[in-house]
Write a protein that binds this ligand. Structure first.
Ligand code: SAM
Length: 281
């Protein structure tokens, strides 16, 4: 028996028209649709008059459900995987079944389509050449702090997902941990109440204290500016003599030669000039 094929199918993030012709063809042609929440997917399939068996494939049992789907694929069934909205695998279940297909050498296709992160990023007007998708920050404070520590000094534009009841809390956390930066807040994308507001993080907090957050949100935060990076670097050695500056690097574990090189670079001096200050070290 030939194996079936898995199709990873993005679905709209609000506006039901945001689905590709190919996605509809695939949903119409498969034997089974594996859905994160079958009731949610039913709204879409009913809208397009697609009559298929829906089975649930959700985050809480992604491992076990993936094994079931693998069995079905081996039985020759063609399966479409969808999430509640947008692209499966992006802050949604999907990656487990895909890695199992790769392991088991089973055929799969990923269709391109809607994802809230990319629509919001483009809406923000910020730098799109390099960006970092973070998705939902962890709930646990320690984990949340670890994530922000990892990304707070990056130059790339940052993308976060957030639920309305945690929006203010998250904005306050961002203000505390990455300071005042530009932020673009995209709400209810593609829906009736779509709204894009561009603020500083500080102003956003004030705004949402007055206007209760409602709906789904993507936060696009500008990356750390080159100016701030340079300023912070300089603040680490400002006030030190050249000799102390070299010693600081040596204390951090660099060789004398490397310390001279870095000191010269920081101070925009020649290595030979800095070398003179290292003779007594
Ligand atoms: N797989 C989805 C995708 O490709 O974007 C993301 C699913 S994740 C569970 C749900 C989060 O995505 C929401 O909490 C919100 O942050 C964001 N999101 C989804 N649809 C949105 C929309 N229409 N407007 C704004 N944000 C949205």
């Amino acid at each position: 028996m030939t194996n079936g094929k898995l199709f990873v199918v993005p679905t709209p993030i609000g506006n039901l028209k945001d689905i590709t012709i190919r996605a509809l063809e695939v949903l119409n042609s498969v034997d089974i649709i594996a859905a994160e929440d079958t009731r949610q997917t039913l709204k879409l399939t009913n809208h397009y008059n697609i009559k298929k068996t829906l089975i649930s494939y959700h985050q809480h049992n992604e491992q076990g459900k993936s094994d079931n789907l693998i069995e079905m694929l081996k039985e020759g069934k063609n399966i479409a995987l969808v999430s509640d909205a947008g692209t499966p695998g992006i802050s949604d279940p999907g990656s487990v079944i895909i890695s199992k297909c790769i392991e088991e050498n089973l055929d799969f296709e990923v269709l391109p389509g809607a994802t809230a992160a990319i629509t919001a990023l483009v809406y923000s007007g910020m730098d799109t050449t390099k960006f970092l998708f973070i998705g939902f920050l962890p709930r646990d404070n320690k984990d949340k702090k670890a994530v922000i520590e990892e990304v707070k000094d990056r130059k790339e534009t940052l993308i976060f997902y957030e639920a309305p009841h945690r929006l203010i809390n998250t904005l306050e956390f961002l203000k505390e941990n990455i300071g005042i930066r530009r932020i673009s807040i995209c709400r209810e994308l593609t829906k009736l109440h779509e709204e894009i507001i561009r603020f500083t993080i500080e102003d956003a907090i004030e705004h949402y204290k007055i206007n209760n957050p409602r709906g789904e949100y993507v936060l696009i935060v500008e990356g750390k500016s080159e100016k701030d990076i340079e300023r912070e670097k300089a603040s680490k050695w400002e006030g030190l003599t050249i000799e102390q500056h070299i010693l600081k690097y040596i204390d951090e574990g660099l060789s004398k030669k490397e310390a001279i090189k870095k000191t010269a670079k920081d101070r925009k001096l020649s290595k030979s000039e800095v070398y003179k200050y290292s003779l007594d070290i």
